[in-house]
Design a protein around this ligand. Structure first.
Ligand code: ZN
Length: 185
């Protein structure tokens, strides 16, 4: 962050008084621009034993398959965010959503909140961010064409535990998205 979003003057990196980390601080108005992790909300939607996946039409990982998921917006709940992403990416209506997993991605400062539920009426159609959308059984899932480690992890745990899903908490880190500390509640 080179310029202050409040007054457009230059920022510099320093540790503010009473803090213990470097922050972007405006040289003119002294505003401290804190940067904190982002929440990503997503869902695993099932219809007749198959789960909904979207083929990404955007970078990163263009052309790879993912679960509907995206950054949470202001003024919505995590569950609303998950349902909104399913609608935007696949025109899918999510029903009966429940929390499935909480995934910490400290290396990229993100927290994923993954829900699971039903795909209403099995209806789906590719949204602007998807090249195509589809329903997959466990064996049909393109495991080597999944976009992100958190997607692989979610789907593996989902099929492993079916039909009695517990809530999972895991930390995903390392260069290749290795998974550490999976806990089920
Ligand atoms: Zn400023």
């Amino acid at each position: 962050m080179q310029y202050c979003s409040d007054c457009s003057n230059k920022t510099s990196v320093k540790i503010p008084d009473g803090d213990n980390r470097e922050r972007y601080v405006c040289e003119a108005c002294n505003t401290i621009h804190y940067q904190n992790p982002k929440n990503v909300c997503g869902c695993i939607l099932e219809w007749q034993g198959k789960v909904l996946l979207c083929k990404r039409a955007i970078e990163p990982r263009h052309g790879y398959w993912t679960l509907p998921a995206g950054f949470m917006e202001n003024n919505e709940t995590t569950m609303e965010g998950a349902a909104r992403e399913a609608f935007e990416e696949a025109h899918a209506t999510a029903t009966d959503l429940r929390l499935f997993g909480l995934y910490n991605l400290p290396r990229i400062s993100q927290v994923y909140l993954m829900f699971h539920g039903e795909l209403k009426d099995g209806y789906m159609k590719a949204g602007d961010e998807s090249l195509e959308v589809g329903l997959f059984t466990e064996t049909e899932i393109p495991w080597d064409k999944l976009a992100f480690p958190v997607v692989t992890e979610s789907l593996q745990r989902y099929f492993e535990d079916r039909p009695d899903h517990k809530v999972h908490v895991a930390d995903i880190g390392g260069r290749h998205g290795s998974v550490i500390n999976v806990t089920r509640y």
